[in-house]
Design a protein around this ligand. Sequence first.
Ligand code: HAM
Length: 416
Amino acid sequence: MINIPKGTKDALPSESYKWQYLEGKLRRVASLYNVREIRTPVFEHTELFVRSIGDGTDVVSKEMYSFEDKGGRSITLKPEGTAPVARSFIENSLDALSLPLKMYYITPCFRYERPQAGRLREFHQFGIEFYGATSPYLDLDCISLAYDALKELGLKNVVLRLNSIGCPECRKTYTEALKAYFANHLDVMCGTCKERYERNPLRLLDCKSPICKNIGAGAPKITDYLCDDCKNHHDVLCGLLKDNDIPYVIDENIVRGLDYYTRTVFEFVTNELGAQGTVCGGGRYDNLVSSIGGKQTGCVGFAMGLERLLMLMEEQGVDFCPTNPKVFVMSQSSTYAGTCMKIVSELRRNGISADTEMTGKSLKAQFKYADKINAEYGVVIGGSEIETNTVKVKHLSSSSETECALDELTDFLKNN
Ligand code: HAM
């Protein structure tokens, strides 16, 4: 037998309604915010991710699924959705449309990580990307969408953690201060942090090891290093969040794992999913479009991990409202199979989900099957039903029965 690759999952027929429920809710919230869908390919030129996410990040240096195609090009399965959208924005001159342009996507992503609960090698993101304004109102709109989406999904106890990592200018001074601070502690810090010190010092604040975390607690705070413009942006956003009743906590250790961010960064975090509690991460990235060949464009966005959202919804007992067949039409014997087929065709054409027997099962086994597929009603068709033009429509969970004319079955099921 050939097994599924490590770190990937099937969405089985018995579970897929949960995905549909989740995705349906997210699409609905997006449309409430005037956000349109964008679809980009599953793979891109590797260079796109190297230049946008940054070669000092874990994603680019360790986790990308990259390969050479038959034409000798280096191709990468998308590890995230932001860079492909930026590429598409430039390539399709989307800046010629009226801005801001508000886009969303639901996409598979691929990262070669060590799999564990809530961390996969193929996972799915619902992402939002707003283009064309540097105003904190765009940050507010974006964060507000995430907040409303989590509420709409029925999730509780998810906290918005907010920070600003400034612009390249103020971050430079801050990074120097950070390095000076950590230099005195490096000998006792973990191997990853020793690497981060050289490659990506901001990420030193993100280490989960208790020793490094403890040391990080005494590190200089970015908010003390923000330039006037970045500080003002951050303060205005905090005020707007308050005015709009979106609760948040400032967390100076939120630095994000991707290099393109400027100013606002945020995560929505739960403590109900163990180590993988970040269900949403995002921020502003005003320099990304210009860094890959477009014009300077103010942008802000986020992505939610769908697997993590599903896990949390399950954990919190959210009702996914499964859609089950309205009726299962059973055949007294195989003689009536053709009639049953005709009946279900008629029902389906009238918008009623219906199914019927096709495998030669006994009547008892058909009732069992109808229960298994959670059909709401069961109807048995035999000689007397056809002769008298009357059927008993059985409500399967309560076992109550109603008689109805066979040629009025569609109306009965429409109204019940
Ligand atoms: P990210 O923080 O790398 O940001 O990923 C966003 C979310 O995807 C995470 O918060 C998590 O829920 C989920 N996620 C990430 N890696 C995995 C994994 N291996 N398994 C399961 N879920 C995972 C981004 O990707 C940015 N592009 C977000 C963004 C959009 N920023 C601006 N616009």
